[in-house]
Design a protein around this ligand. Structure first.
Ligand code: FAD
Length: 465
């Protein structure tokens, strides 16, 4: 394959800008069209959540393109979950028993801007803003765009088109509507939506609540979370049902009702959110869904990547990390298959889809864990045991959370199968009192390993592995 080939990327979000950078580094001619204005020049929200949890898989991608140290400067470490109960009491549950394992809060806009800047340093990479893709002719490898400023429409062709245009992907829509090949597609919404709120800094710029944690107010069927920003503020997200329960997005329509809800459920958060009502009635309520589809490519002409191929709910903090990991996997495949794009696209999807399907399912699991289980005593006991095992046997034990978040060389599917079996093993043994946190830690490890292996063997027999 000739390096001078023209690659057209649709969407300059997190995945598209990273892909442009990497393909630019590899010497391809890359053109990117983004529908929004340049987020480095215009004060627009970068779209979707303001800040994100960034962890090892994303960092592996940053290492690949040489941006690790620059990204580190944008990161705020979060060592664990700070759980807030209904009376305002807090306790921190660390993400790992190993001190060097933590996640980070990062600004979507700053990260996207950094990657765009790096991509544009390559003269073979050109990025155009305010150009909205309207449809893709995947048989001819062309895409129709509209310039949002001049309103002119134009067609671009390329040797290959890669769509990284996110959850509402136009190319995925063209696959679906085109009915030219067997394209499978599913979209599943949660009955919950989300709304972004904020905790502003103190007048002297300090953080009003503990900086280095992901704060959670778990309330069973709904929750509030908060992640820190570099300016001393927190971005707060309320996850709540649209229609169900005493309080829901459909009935929180008056200031009095919103205040009543927060006073009752999140009194300590309300105390540091004098701007709550402004935020609540200004910011949109948005849905949360999972998208799975296949195939991701049409012959050797076009390919879907990032959220366009596999959007997930945000509860594992992995959507962006997975989109970045896509670029790492794609890069490896480019090294392995130098012959033609169709072989590359096929090999990429074969290598990747099982893992993105797994993280989609894990993210739903974590929704229930965060809003409910974290406040449950048996779950807390399990976490204590996992932390003790990770601390004592750093080479021998990693919890499901650690396998997903900190073990970037283990695929999501492997992490899911092993992690779920471990969870089941510990919970079963806690429930029938065959282990306890006061037992000898060597004996706990032995029992957990044995029980996990038995569960994995059952899964193998049942054909789940
Ligand atoms: P996007 O970031 O959505 O980028 C798509 C780009 O394409 C955008 O710039 C868009 O303007 C552009 N575009 C769209 N349509 C067109 C068009 N027709 N023509 C041209 N351009 C177009 N992930 C994490 O890893 N950690 C987290 O903590 C986390 N928290 C989240 C919280 C919330 C509330 C949500 C909703 C998501 C969260 N995610 C998180 C997921 C993460 O936001 C996505 O997985 C990530 O943004 C995917 O990157 P992407 O480039 O594929 O898509």
């Amino acid at each position: 394959m000739h390096k001078k080939q023209n690659i057209l990327i649709i969407g300059a979000g997190l995945c598209g800008s990273l892909l442009a950078l990497r393909l630019g580094q590899r010497g391809f001619n890359v053109t990117v069209f983004e529908k929004r204005p340049d987020l480095r020049k215009v004060n627009i929200s970068a779209g979707r959540s303001i800040n994100l949890a960034f962890s090892n898989r994303g960092n592996k991608a940053m290492k690949l393109v040489g941006l690790e140290s620059k990204v580190k400067q944008l990161c705020i470490p979060m060592n664990g979950r700070m759980i807030h109960d209904i009376h305002g009491n807090t306790f921190q549950s660390n993400y790992s028993g190993k001190d060097h394992e933590y996640i980070n809060s990062i600004s979507r806009r700053d990260l996207n801007a950094l990657i765009l800047n790096e991509a544009e340093k390559h003269e073979n990479v050109n990025i155009y803003f305010n150009k909205k893709c309207k449809s893709v002719n995947f048989e001819k490898t062309t895409a129709l765009f509209k310039d949002n400023q001049t309103k002119n429409e134009f067609i671009e062709d390329a040797d290959v088109i890669i769509a990284t245009d996110g959850v509402g992907s136009i190319m995925r829509k063209s696959y679906y509507l085109g009915k030219k090949f067997l394209f499978s597609f599913s979209q599943n919404y949660l009955t919950h939506g989300y709304k972004e709120l904020s905790i502003l800094p103190k007048l002297n710029g300090e953080y009003k609540i503990h900086k280095n944690a992901l704060h959670i107010w778990p309330r069973g069927s709904f929750m509030l979370i908060a992640l820190p920003n570099l300016d001393g503020s927190f971005t707060v997200t309320l996850f709540l049902s649209y229609n169900e329960g005493k309080y829901n997005f459909s009935n929180l329509t008056t200031k009095a009702k919103v205040l009543e809800f927060f006073q009752k459920e999140f009194p300590d958060a309300l105390a540091v959110m004098p701007n709550l009502l402004d935020d609540f009635f200004t910011n949109p309520t948005s849905p949360l869904g999972t998208i799975k589809c296949s195939p991701w490519h049409y012959k050797g002409n076009t390919l879907l990547m990032g959220d366009a191929a596999h959007a997930i709910v945000p509860f594992y903090g992995q959507g962006m990390n997975a989109a970045f990991e896509d670029v790492v996997v794609f890069d490896t495949i480019l090294d392995q298959h130098k012959n033609n794009w169709e072989t590359i696209f096929k090999a990429y999807e074969n290598a990747r889809k099982k893992d993105t399907d797994a993280i989609a399912d894990l993210a739903i699991d974590n929704f229930h864990e965060m809003k409910d289980h974290v406040a449950n005593p048996i779950f807390q006991e399990k976490r204590k045991i996992e932390m003790a095992l990770e601390k004592e046997f750093p080479e021998d034990y990693a919890s499901k959370y650690s396998l997903v978040t900190f073990n970037e060389n283990t695929g999501y599917r492997e992490a899911m199968l092993k992690g779920r079996a471990q969870d089941k093993a510990i919970l079963n043994m806690l429930a029938d009192n065959s282990i306890s946190i006061t037992d000898n830690i060597n004996i706990i490890l032995e029992k957990v390993k044995k029980e996990t292996e038995a569960i994995l063997e059952d899964d193998r027999i049942a054909g789940l592995k």
